[in-house]
Write a protein that binds this ligand. Structure first.
Ligand code: NDP
Ligand code: GDR
Length: 372
């Protein structure tokens, strides 16, 4: 039985990857951080009681800032594959906490690679690094492919640039099977609530049910190449099954604006919107409502406004990936479109919003966090 170790197992990708690897028959080990509240909601459904025999999913306390902890876990687990998905992954937050972001997102990768090397596992353990389209930042070529020059635009992207190159370096210097997946944005109903797609689907579902008044957004002209996390974790595994380690761009090759994503999500709730303004002072007004998904709204309601707090000190305006190499060499093709994914996210967020609206109706209001 192959053993995999996943950092960031409690995150969006980590949870889908753990499911995927368990289905493939792996023993899956994940690193979770100590928190004052439970932080394993995304993996609770695959939790296995460690007291029963044959538990194939195991969690270890740890942190990417702690070399001795990482070394001990790798020594105990002796993994065939390490997936380094753990990160302070929010670009805007990286401007607030640049040093911490560098420690986790750059040095954390080095700590893992060094642990593998110190333990003499460099010929056994294969290593996947969660690299990102944010490396392209101020884009130098469109679409972006494996050979496109990088120009990072945030402390997050600069930290990930270090991780990209240290992964290449350990492959070249020590013959390690280490590779980078340069993944473009990927989302799902498990996406963190403060990333733009989830902020929109959750926010609009809450507004439709009368739980929030309005969505406050940043740069809605930003263009992204959005895929589904389930499609992307499959590719993370495929990258570690090749004869030679290589780096791959993973993207859909299609690009949409944040504004377009808002329209899709609204349409999924039966809401037709009109955008007026110029991206800085813009508002979105309800023009018409169909069906019963948005009982709290009426035509004329303004449900999206711009809040400059969400503009970033340096923005990545446009990203569009070219996944040709992944298609040709690995036969990988994304199966879920951005619009289908948006529909799935709205459906899930609407279920939660309806539950909260019902509780509210019966005097049991749940606090709804709208910051993000
Ligand atoms: P999430 O933010 O959902 O998950 C990040 C994970 O990292 C969480 O499990 C988090 O733990 C953990 N983590 C954070 N800080 C530390 C730390 N100091 N030590 C150990 N673990 C830590 O990210 P995604 O699942 O969306 O992304 C996975 C990886 O892929 C990240 O590295 C991200 O930067 C990268 N990436 C993501 C893309 C995307 O569009 N989703 C695109 C390209 C790259 P906790 O749950 O406790 O917070
Ligand atoms: P990104 O994702 O920065 O691309 O990083 P995010 O969803 O945060 O932003 C995408 C674009 O939307 C614009 N935007 C807003 N973003 C947020 N979060 N909140 C807002 O209110 C808002 N309004 C507009 C942003 O300015 C940006 O242009 C994600 C993360 O998962 C990274 O870890 C990963 O590496 C990259 O995707 C690829």
């Amino acid at each position: 039985m192959k053993k995999a170790l996943i950092t960031g197992v409690t995150g969006q990708d980590g949870s889908y990857l753990a499911e995927f690897l368990l289905e493939k028959g792996y023993e899956v080990h994940g690193i979770k951080r100590r928190a004052s509240l439970f932080n394993t909601q995304r993996v609770d459904h695959i939790y296995q009681d460690p007291h029963v025999d044959n538990a194939h999913f195991k969690l270890h306390y740890g942190d990417l800032t702690d070399s001795s902890n990482l070394t001990r876990i790798i020594q105990d687990v002796q993994p065939d594959e390490v997936y380094n998905l753990g990160a302070q992954s929010h670009v805007a937050v990286s401007f607030e906490s640049p040093e911490y972001t560098a420690d986790v997102d750059a040095m954390g990768t080095l700590r893992l690679l060094e642990a593998i090397r110190f333990l003499g596992l460099e010929k056994k353990t294969r290593f996947y690094q969660a690299s990102t389209s944010e490396l392209y930042g101020l884009v130098q070529e469109t679409p972006q492919r494996e050979t496109t020059p990088f120009y990072p635009r945030s402390p997050y992207a600069v930290a990930k640039l270090y991780s990209y190159w240290i992964t290449v370096n350990y492959r070249e210097a020590y013959g390690m099977y280490a590779c980078n997946g340069i993944l473009f944005n990927h989302e799902s109903p498990r996406r963190g609530e403060t990333f733009v797609t989830r902020k929109i689907t959750r926010g609009l579902a809450n507004i439709a049910q009368g739980l929030e008044p309005c969505l406050y957004m940043g740069n809605i002209d930003a263009l992204r190449d959005w895929g589904h996390a389930k499609d992307y974790v499959r590719m993370q595994w495929m990258m570690l099954q090749q004869e030679l380690a290589e780096d791959f761009v993973i993207a859909t090759g299609k690009q949409y604006s944040v504004r377009q994503f808002i329209s899709w999500a609204a349409a999924e709730l039966g809401i037709q919107l009109e955008f007026t303004g110029n991206g800085v002072e813009e508002i979105a007004t309800v023009v018409a409502i169909e069906g019963d998904k948005a009982p709290a709204l009426k035509p004329g309601s303004v449900i999206m406004r711009i809040d400059p707090r969400y503009f970033r000190p340096a923005e990545v305006e446009t990203l569009l990936g070219d996944p040709s190499k992944a298609k040709e060499n690995l036969g990988w093709v994304p199966e879920i479109t951005a619009q289908e994914m948006c529909a799935e996210m709205v459906t899930e967020d609407l279920k939660t919003a309806r539950r909260h609206a019902l509780l509210k109706k019966h005097g049991m209001e749940m606090p709804v966090s709208i910051e993000g």
